[in-house]
Design a protein around this ligand. Structure first.
Ligand SMILES: *Cc1c(COP(=O)(O)O)cnc(C)c1O
Length: 382
């Protein structure tokens, strides 16, 4: 009864979402802040004033949402925690300024960036050659590789947890294949600078798509959106789930050359013609129109992160520097799995991976000040 394809499926295991008690959730890199009040108003008003829209198909290409995303990227430079807010106006950090105008034709919107990534795998990666990626990176990539029967070439990280860029490049060139990684990377939290990525793309195969997943870039990385005009093979994937406080809305997008956007759109129109429902489109448009709110949220997360890193280092934890909304930590003589369990006992969820190579680490999402104070007191007790 079961297709032979099923044998290649190794489904992703998400951070647990238990219902047995009200945990403080620091295990799935969600944003601890609610969406902007403008998002709430927009959704309530849209449903109230236009109930008929719930009975009609939504815009299959999310045109208004693409316009709103383009506007937000141009306004903020694509790195929220460094943008500045002056009254109602938001402007990018000098070095984040995008040297051209991002237009809706450069954007594809999907039902969470997980779906966007799935379509990217389908559109650009072939089963006849290995896809190059870091050994430790977003754990959904190998899941899609199994689904689409794409073999992988997993490159171990350097001993300081950075990407082994020379090895990734030499393998990609030898196999004439694509590269994918998250920047900043997960679960390490470390990123490459835009210049480092630029050097990398210059040395990578030109006729293969190069994918950078910027799920966490708003918390301190450098966005590669300014490179889109220079490299016709660059695809940048981003999400509303982390910095835009919208994990429950399921919105993600990619930014690339319009020709590549057309290919992803073709995949969408062959699989899921209406990926984004009317309510999610409404919420996304409203979020992008209030970048000021999200700049403030990102700055708060960064402040809490730095404060928590200081707390841990004072207690001799090994903490990898982070440009994200999570940290990756370990301590000699402190078994990670037992620590995770003890913290859970105390009502706080963090993430432990049993993956060989990173099994000594805990990944902790940065929450609100109150949540981090609660975690600190738990960690001082155990
Ligand atoms: C969270 C995350 C995603 C998925 O985001 P969704 O938009 O919620 O599907 C993609 N890539 C990375 C690296 C992530 O951490």
């Amino acid at each position: 009864m079961i297709s032979s394809r099923m044998k290649n499926l190794h489904p992703y295991v998400p951070g647990e979402q238990p219902k047995d008690r009200a945990y403080i959730k620091l295990n799935a890199n969600e944003n601890p802040y609610p969406p902007s009040p403008k998002v709430v108003d927009a959704v309530v008003n849209a449903v109230k004033n236009h109930p008929e829209k719930l009975g009609l198909y939504p815009d299959p290409d999310s045109n208004e949402l693409k316009k709103a995303i383009a506007k937000m990227l141009n306004e903020t430079g694509g790195v929220l925690c460094r943008a500045s807010v002056n009254g109602e106006s938001v402007s990018p950090f000098e070095s984040d300024k995008i040297p051209f105008e991002v237009t809706p034709e450069m954007i594809y919107c999907g039902n969470g960036s997980d779906e966007v990534l799935s379509f990217v795998f389908y559109a650009f990666f072939d089963g006849d050659r290995e896809l190059v990626l870091p050994e430790h990176t977003y754990s959904f990539y190998p899941v899609y590789a199994g689904f689409y029967e794409i073999p992988l070439d997993k490159i171990p990280l350097n001993s300081d947890w950075t990407l082994n860029v020379p090895k990734m490049l030499s393998d990609a060139n030898e196999k004439n294949t694509s590269i994918i990684f998250a920047n900043p990377n997960a679960p390490t939290g470390l990123g490459l600078t835009r210049n480092q990525v630029r050097e990398m793309i210059l040395k990578a195969p030109k006729d293969r798509v190069f994918v950078v997943d910027e799920a966490y870039v708003d918390f301190g990385g450098e966005s590669c959106i300014p490179l889109i005009n220079e490299f016709k093979n660059l695809v940048i994937v981003r999400t509303f789930s982390k910095s835009l406080c919208g994990a429950g809305q399921r919105l993600g997008y990619l930014v690339s050359n319009p020709e590549l956007v057309k290919n992803v759109t073709t995949v969408k129109n062959s699989l899921n013609h209406f990926p984004i429902d009317f309510v999610a489109q409404t919420a996304g448009i409203a979020a992008c129109s209030d970048s000021k709110y999200y700049v403030d949220c990102a700055k708060k997360v960064v402040r809490e992160r730095e404060d928590f890193i200081k707390f841990l280092r004072e207690r001799n934890w090994f903490v990898i520097d982070s440009q994200t909304n999570f940290i990756f930590i370990k301590k000699d003589g402190v078994p990670a799995e037992e620590t995770y369990k003890a913290i859970k006992q105390a009502g706080i969820l963090v993430r432990h991976f049993s993956t060989p190579g990173i099994e000594d680490f805990l990944r902790i999402t940065i929450g609100t000040k109150e949540q981090m104070e609660a975690l600190k007191s738990v960690m001082d007790k155990i």
